[in-house]
Design a protein around this ligand. Structure first.
Ligand code: NDP
Length: 491
């Protein structure tokens, strides 16, 4: 079993406390790597390294030179994509087909933000005061902490690292304790691309032991976090103590809404993709299907027929469609929600428990599960499950669909299936969600802003909006009149 080290100041180092913990393979349940258990001492070293790099070599590079490094890194990731995908799949159980696709797409973020690095411009303000020249500078923040969850470790880190580095910040990245292993291989590529030591540091360990000292460290300027909303709330409170900038990408309970004028077969595929792809372990999971009552029964029959064909098994097999749950606690949580849904009176039409198919080995598998008869106020329709569990809720008209779709504390994404352009545009306007897909689902791009409304988060990742999250504006005033005005009044 490989015993990994952390990357601090360009050196691979053991944790100060001399402890490691096991990372488990979700398909076998067996340990396959040893991850350093970092602590406060390591945090102090990592932040000091990031600060020194920010004030030293990184600051001295032009924005174009930073862009060159990001593009070089992108090429290295593209060359290593298959290897990185295999590590992620072994570590977090996501399908190899999905991880390969993700890792081949990840370089685009570094190309895009590498290109954007030297297009960040200030403004000259046609100021209303005589004898003064006023302009703005867009400046980096300093040391940025990136904290990422276990479900898409490298993609979600990329969403933070690419804009943060393009804007001129340095980074300390803490991956999830459940899926840290790909971070080590990824970080080596920053070294190979020629980033100065300390620009990117990777520190692993438990959320409370590493995450908290990182967030509260006085030399950290910003925290970019993806994870659950309860942890996000705690992170927000910790960051507030230091008046730190924050980006929060949190959970969701996204509605996938199918109207009676939709192409039903396409909508069925869209609903399946929304909840069973990635075993439902995505923030954008379309975990509530809102189906117009007039097509409800026909839709459910077609949905059951398609969901039943899902091939479960080894996530490293390219033919597998539904893999294991990534962590043992998450496996238990999904089973708890299935029990709660049954107790609440929802009707289980498919699955409803652990998968005991031979091809599932000893992994943490749960059968694709579909509940009908779900009422909007049930816990199964309000709380994020983060697993392959779909709640189906019938509706009668547009107003009811909007009320139910918006009737949770979350607002990450929504899907609308309709052939009416009026309905598509009206729903896109009225849904309280950071992303609305019409006649498609689960599409993301480096060019398009992503983030949550309401309890699903603060700030945006990807697209031009994202680089703004890592910049601050300075206003510079220069006297060009040459004579001092009255010093006792404001100029
Ligand atoms: P968690 O909120 O449990 O953890 C997220 C990260 O925060 C992990 O690195 C975790 O470390 C760390 N952490 C935990 N406790 C603390 C703490 N006290 N202080 C600082 N950091 C801490 O989320 P999961 O890893 O369970 O991921 C699943 C969640 O992520 C889901 O709710 C999902 O919706 C959300 N998510 C949101 C996305 C979005 O873009 N909106 C995308 C993907 C997922 P450790 O693992 O070591 O505890």
């Amino acid at each position: 079993m490989k015993k990994h080290q952390m990357l601090i100041a360009g050196k691979w180092v053991d944790p100060a406390g001399g402890e490691w913990f096991e990372s488990l393979n979700p398909f076998t349940g067996a340990a396959w790597a040893l991850v350093p258990r970092g602590g406060k001492e390591d945090v102090d070293l990592a932040v000091a390294a990031a600060k020194a790099a920010y004030e030293g070599p990184w600051r001295k590079l032009t924005a174009s030179a930073r862009g060159d490094l990001l593009r070089k890194f992108a090429e290295l990731v593209a060359a290593e994509a298959d290897k990185l995908a295999e590590i992620e799949t072994t570590d977090n159980g996501k399908l190899i087909a999905e991880m390969r696709g993700q890792l081949k797409y990840v370089p685009q973020w570094f190309h895009y933000f590498g290109g954007l690095a030297d297009k960040v411009e200030g403004r000259v303000i046609p100021i209303d005061k005589p004898g003064v020249f006023n302009f703005t500078r867009e400046e980096p923040l300093g040391v940025v902490v990136a904290i990422t969850p276990w479900n898409s470790p490298l993609l979600l880190a990329t969403w933070k690292l690419a804009p943060a580095l393009a804007a001129g910040n340095t980074v300390v990245w803490k991956p999830s304790e459940f899926s840290s292993v790909s971070a080590f291989a990824f970080a080596q590529l920053f070294e190979r691309a020629g980033f100065p030591p300390g620009v990117v540091n990777v520190i692993t360990g438990y959320g409370n032991e590493v995450g908290e000292p990182l967030i509260t460290h006085r030399d950290v300027a910003k925290v970019a976090f993806t994870g659950g909303d309860r942890t996000g709330e705690h992170v927000y409170q910790l960051a507030a103590k230091g008046i730190k900038r924050i980006t929060l990408e949190l959970g969701g309970k996204s509605a996938n809404i199918v109207f009676d004028d939709a192409d039903i077969d396409e909508a069925v595929k869209g609903v399946v993709s929304g909840i069973f792809a990635a075993t439902g372990q995505t923030c954008i999971a379309g975990s509530r299907a809102l189906i117009h009552r007039s097509i409800h029964d026909k839709f459910v029959e077609k949905l059951l027929a398609l969901a039943k064909t899902a091939r479960m098994g080894n996530p490293l097999d390219a033919n597998t469609q539904v893999g294991p749950i990534t962590t043992q606690p998450q496996y238990q949580k999904v089973l708890d929600y299935i029990r709660i849904a049954n107790e609440e009176g929802a009707v289980c039409r498919l699955g409803g428990g652990p998968a005991s198919r031979p091809e599932c080995g000893s992994g943490w598998f749960i059968e694709p599960t579909i509940f009908t008869g779900v009422k909007p106020q049930m816990r199964i329709a309000q709380e994020e499950v983060f697993g392959p569990v779909l709640s189906i809720i019938p509706f009668d008209d547009e107003e009811e669909a909007i009320r139910v779709a918006n009737g949770t504390v979350y607002g990450l994404a929504a899907g609308v299936w309709t052939t009416s352009i009026r309905r598509a545009l009206m729903m896109a306007e009225r849904l309280e969600a950071g992303t609305v897909w019409v006649n498609t689902y689960r599409a993301v791009s480096y060019m398009s802003p992503f983030g949550g409304y309401k309890r699903s988060g603060i700030g945006r990742e990807s697209g031009i909006d994202a680089i703004r999250e890592y910049l601050q504006t300075k206003s510079v005033w220069i006297d060009i009149a040459g004579s001092a005005p009255n010093p006792f009044v404001m100029r």
